[in-house]
Design a protein. Sequence first.
Lengths: 134, 305, 120
Amino acid sequence: MSAGEIRVAINSDQDIVGARQRGRTLAAELGFSSSDATLIATAISELARNIVSYARKGEIKLQKMENSARQGIMVTASDDGPGIPDVRQALRDGFSTSGSFGLGLPGVRRLMDEFEIASRPGDGTTVTVKKWRP
Amino acid sequence: MAKRAIIGNGPHVAIDPTVQMAQNEATSELLRELVAHLRQNRTQLREEWVQRISETRLLTAMTKEEIFAEATSVYDSYVEALETETFEALQAYAQNLSERIIPRGVETHEVVGIVLLLRDVLARSLFAKYQADFRKLNRILDAYEPAANRIANTVAVGFVQERERTIRQQQEAIRELSTPVLQVRERLLILPIIGVIDPQRARQLTEQLLRGIRTNRAKVVVIDITGVAAMDVTVANHLVQTVEASRLLGATVIVTGLSPEIAQTLVTIGVDLGKMNTVGDLQGGIEQAERLLGYKVVPLSDPRQ
Amino acid sequence: MEVPVLKQGKFLIATIQAALSDADLENLRRGLVQQVVRFRSLGVIVDVTSMDVMDSFASRTLREIAHMIRLRGAETVIVGIQPEVAFAMVQLGLTLEDVATALDLEEGLAYLNTKFKSLD
């Protein structure tokens, strides 16, 4: 079992597929169901795409999580882009919204168990999401 | 009083780093001596341990041969953990061992019991060996105890984690059994939902239904929620998502048995009930499904005549 | 990586493979519209059976493809969405709401045939 983390540089849309495939592989290693692995890969895809669309480049970091009871995966998407002016607005969750051209953050939050975001104009954005294996 | 460098899981005492390093080296050397002793006397100590295990009537679910085989592996892993001062291999072994013995009915207290017995057997042999040199015995025990405790901890925790995982799997299986997706006609599935749904069950339901649509090539699904007392916003959303996901697989969903309360909940979360296919009761829902599928139900002559 | 497009009578069938880049999707969009015009196709089936993830970009592009093909007078059907992918999609709020969907190629063809039956 590999310790440490997997870092995938996101410089163009072609890196998105690589990031989510590595996420899927790690999820499988951790024993996540195929269905959960798909959710994780989809979340990674969305986060990586945000980086490409709004920050041009950044990084996806994949880590194993382990506590006394269970295991999980942690995905950190970070960039040095322009940052999000109104984070609360970006997180506003209307369950009926679909296909909006926004950041899709509410959707990513629904896909995963835990969600954290730090973003400031001029300071870049870091989104951290986690999923635990039942 | 000489400074002591405490290693392992014990409380940490602030200490001069050079002293720390020297002490760590001394500890490692002691552990090496200890490991050599344990390897030399492997046969005898293992025998003693197995004897103690049967005396205390542990592992009654296993045969003598099985206990001996496992005891050998545990002993070797134990000594290896002491030697390498790393515990990953031991953890992996503990998990592996647990996977094998849990289905046999071995319980937590038994696993903890045998590991502690081994610790005792080894400690006793150290007392015997170093009884002439009390100071050395003390140093050897200083090196041995934290490591031995960590080993006991690792094995016990590994076992408990595996048990919890097994229990969760069983719960999952039970949940799956209690939400049957029924095929009543070709291309038509019925999903009757009864009782309380929590978000986890709701999610499982959705996954099962979607798999069922694919396997049965269903074109219409009737989800009957007559038996559902109440639905909170989260579960109502799952219902909507189920309808939407089913459509992505080419299936139409008819929801039957919608109570006024649940209808209100759906409206609250912004569902346009006009767009959702709803029918009063299950019978009506099946009839509509048949119409959608192009079936025509023709009554045979009245059996009462 | 080019997406293979087959002609089946009045319909076109495009089979998408797993790891499609944005450029590939762009090419597909252009190519499909061109071929619809060229063959005067009535319908297009886009088979996404091999797609293991459908994110917002893929979803948006598929809708755009369907929209552009509709402007040329043809109908698009997306087939082969995997159960797990469908589940992830609705979590993200991607419902492909203005595009027809069917279980698989067979169902997709049945759908188009029914729709254009009267034109035979």
